[in-house]
Write a protein that binds this ligand. Structure first.
Ligand SMILES: Cc1ncc(COP(=O)(O)O)c(C=O)c1O
Length: 280
């Protein structure tokens, strides 16, 4: 038995080591140590790193959201397997919802449903991966991207966000990183972890740079509309006619229900660039 087992050779057995998913246990230990210190009577902590608003009792999703789920469950209409890309009615609703803020109408066929934005990141990274590919990620950013890139054997190249310019993308560092194997640039807006909100002008600059470089823009907008300053949230898809955008979103943050796990990938490509190049 032992001999047989020792013949097995899982080439991807080091995924856990390669992947930054291992950051989670490390973070947990840090948080536990901090909690202990807090309990011992040192300074009270303000938890700025929390990505789950539902853990704070004063934040609760609206009764409308809860009623929608109750009636969907009671209707017994949704107990079967949905299509892999999501239920047509849900895709239609998300297309309509996102189109409110866009200069053109998305079709339900542009929307792909996922189990939260994390699965959207997983799917997009896996679909775009090819031998020797690299992806441009913001620094600082959301580490799940690094983890998924590692799992798909995609090389990560970091570009800087500039603190002195409200955490805007350093487009010069982006240009210096790109080569023929670059598959996409990821932008997170509103930003995690910096909380910045990009101006419309800056988003347009990013779109124009991506067009010049011939790379896809992946716009992570899970915090869309959660803006508390003077800058309004502008979706990257507004500039979809300049360059194709894959917008990632979910209901987790805005509706305070990260446990419900519904996200999407929206293909914002009104000029049909992806279709013409056979990527749709
Ligand atoms: C930037 C960013 N993208 C994606 C996600 C994942 O969101 P979801 O709950 O929809 O999987 C998070 C969660 O913290 C996030 O901060």
């Amino acid at each position: 038995m032992e001999n047989k087992l020792s013949k097995w050779d899982f080439k991807n057995g080091n995924i856990k080591e390669k992947s930054l998913l291992s950051i989670r246990p490390a973070l947990k230990t840090i948080m536990e140590n901090l909690k202990e210190e807090e309990e011992e009577g040192s300074k009270p902590l303000i938890h700025l790193g929390r990505g789950d608003p539902s853990s704070i009792p004063c934040f609760r999703t609206s009764p409308v959201t809860e009623d929608a789920i109750f009636s969907a469950v009671r209707s017994a209409k949704f107990n079967g397997y949905p299509p892999a890309v999501g239920l047509p009615s849900t895709r239609r609703s998300i297309a309509e919802y996102l189109s409110h803020d866009l200069p053109h109408q998305l079709s339900p066929d542009d929307i792909f449903l996922t189990a939260g934005a994390n699965q959207a990141i997983e799917v997009v990274t896996a679909v775009l991966a090819r031998p020797g590919a690299n992806i441009l990620l913001p620094k600082p950013g959301y580490p799940f991207y690094e983890a998924r890139a590692a799992c798909s054997n995609v090389e990560v190249r970091h570009f800087d966000l500039l603190p002195e310019k409200s955490w805007e993308v350093d487009l010069e560092s982006v240009k210096a990183l790109v080569d023929d194997h670059t598959i996409a640039i990821v932008i997170i807006n509103p930003g995690n972890p910096c909380g910045n909100v990009f101006t419309s002008e800056h988003l347009q600059e990013i779109a124009e740079t991506a067009k010049k470089l011939g790379i896809l823009v992946i716009a992570d907008e899970v915090y869309s509309h959660l803006c508390f300053g003077s800058k309004p949230f502008v979706p990257m898809g507004v500039f979809g006619s300049i360059t194709p955008i894959l917008t990632l979103g979910s209901i987790s943050k805005r509706w305070i229900i990260p446990g419900w796990r519904l996200g999407w990938i929206a293909m914002v490509d009104p000029s049909g660039v992806l279709e013409k190049s056979g990527k749709k």
